[in-house]
Design a protein around this ligand. Structure first.
Ligand code: BGC
Length: 384
């Protein structure tokens, strides 16, 4: 099966998970000050993959994978370490990073918010603050002005509903709240923030702007499955639809709704315990035709420390992608999560999503896994 001409092939990472020492964020504060009885995070992020310094090496690896694009993120806390103060040194740093990608002919898909917040922002209530859309869009505008000519696609916010669920519903991520009112408030503020950032970025230039949405497929009992899918997809996307040039989709799993709640098959499952199901991805891609917008898979990957599942995973998921494009999906590109093993949030480092292993015992040495060769071949041939 052939992929469309000019199909985008890449991998995805985020700043906090790879750069290291993002000390000025709410997450860093939380992981450094573990309270008695607090289970998470298992580990603190520390130096992560040191990609803050080793980005050129990372982009060279992207080239080895025959990629023509890369998805990275910018750490808001570095760009705006204090409210309203923008750090020229860090702006210069990200210019060098983006230029290094461009020098390697990699298109740049850049997320502006990937789960972590500047400390000053969390101190004024974070995403519960009614002015949060204003603060975020001011930062987005600054990014558009400084990096606009180096960014191909701006992705405002990563997985707004995953963030909201983990931080305000399950209370597992900072600020660790369990409050239904805040769950709604934060989602509304994230929608407002996206819409406002879309406008401010556009006021700077004719940039492409999208948002990254985690979308799960639901099957089993029809009515609950439909409601859950709606909550997970349209509830967030519909109110921002007019402010999207592209939709970024992160797909990890399907949930089967049974008599006792989620009843997923136990095989095959990733190290994370997530059931691997490629069919769900095809359903989502075909369903999203309704939006009449270009789609990118901005994340799709598997935690697989022995690299025994990843090749089949890629084969299944990419076949689903190809089938969806034959079925009229507007899918324009695919980013595997992740280029390298990285900091898996509250789980620490034990989850290995990378096509490239990071040897944490030997100076964070990058070691391509076998499945990386398989992915590189698909990217080169543009077919599966
Ligand atoms: C996030 C990534 C994360 C991945 C695997 C996504 O929810 O955007 O940051 O590492 O899933 O858990």
């Amino acid at each position: 099966m052939q992929f469309p001409k000019d199909f985008i092939w890449g991998t995805a990472t985020s700043a906090y998970q790879t750069e290291g020492n993002n000390t000025n964020t709410d997450w860093w504060e939380w992981e450094q000050n573990k309270k008695p009885g607090q289970n998470y995070p298992y580990e603190s992020s520390g130096i992560a993959c040191d990609s803050y310094n080793r980005y050129e090496e990372d982009f060279d690896l992207c080239k080895k994978l025959n990629n023509n694009a890369v998805r990275i993120s910018i750490e808001w806390a570095r760009i705006e370490p204090q409210m309203g103060f923008f750090d020229e040194k860090e702006i210069h740093h990200y210019k060098k990073v983006l230029q290094a990608a461009k020098d390697r002919n990699l298109q740049t898909f850049v997320t502006l918010h990937h789960f972590t917040n500047p400390l000053w922002f969390s101190k004024i209530g974070g995403w519960c603050n009614l002015k949060s859309p204003f603060y975020f869009s001011r930062y987005a505008k600054k990014c558009a002005k400084e990096f606009g000519n180096l960014i191909d696609v701006f992705l405002t916010i990563n997985e707004p509903q995953v963030y909201t669920t983990m931080a305000y519903f399950r209370g597992m991520w900072p600020p660790c709240k369990k409050n239904p009112f805040k769950v709604l408030l934060v989602q509304v503020n994230l929608m407002r923030a996206h819409n406002r950032a879309f406008n401010t970025i556009k006021s700077v230039g004719p940039h492409m702007v999208g948002l990254v949405k985690n979308i799960m497929w639901f099957k089993g009992y029809k009515i609950p499955a439909k409601i859950l899918y709606w909550l997970n997809c349209d509830f967030f996307l519909k109110p921002i639809k007019k402010h999207l040039d592209v939709i970024g989709v992160n797909y990890y799993f399907t949930n089967v709704i049974g008599r006792n709640g989620i009843e997923n098959p136990q095989k095959p499952v990733s190290d994370m315990g997530w059931w691997i199901n490629a069919e769900g991805l095809e359903h989502i891609l075909l369903d999203l035709r309704r939006y009449k917008l270009p789609i990118y898979i901005t994340e799709n990957g598997v935690a697989d420390s022995n690299d025994t599942l990843r090749k089949d995973f890629l084969h299944g998921m990419l076949t689903a992608c190809a089938r969806a494009t034959y079925g009229g999906s507007h899918l324009r590109g695919y980013f595997y999560w992740s280029l390298i093993d990285n900091y898996e949030w509250h789980e620490g480092y034990w989850q290995k999503f990378g096509l490239i292993e990071i040897d944490r015992k030997h100076n964070l040495k990058r070691k391509p896994r076998k499945s990386a060769l398989y992915y590189a071949k698909i990217c080169k041939e543009n077919k599966i």
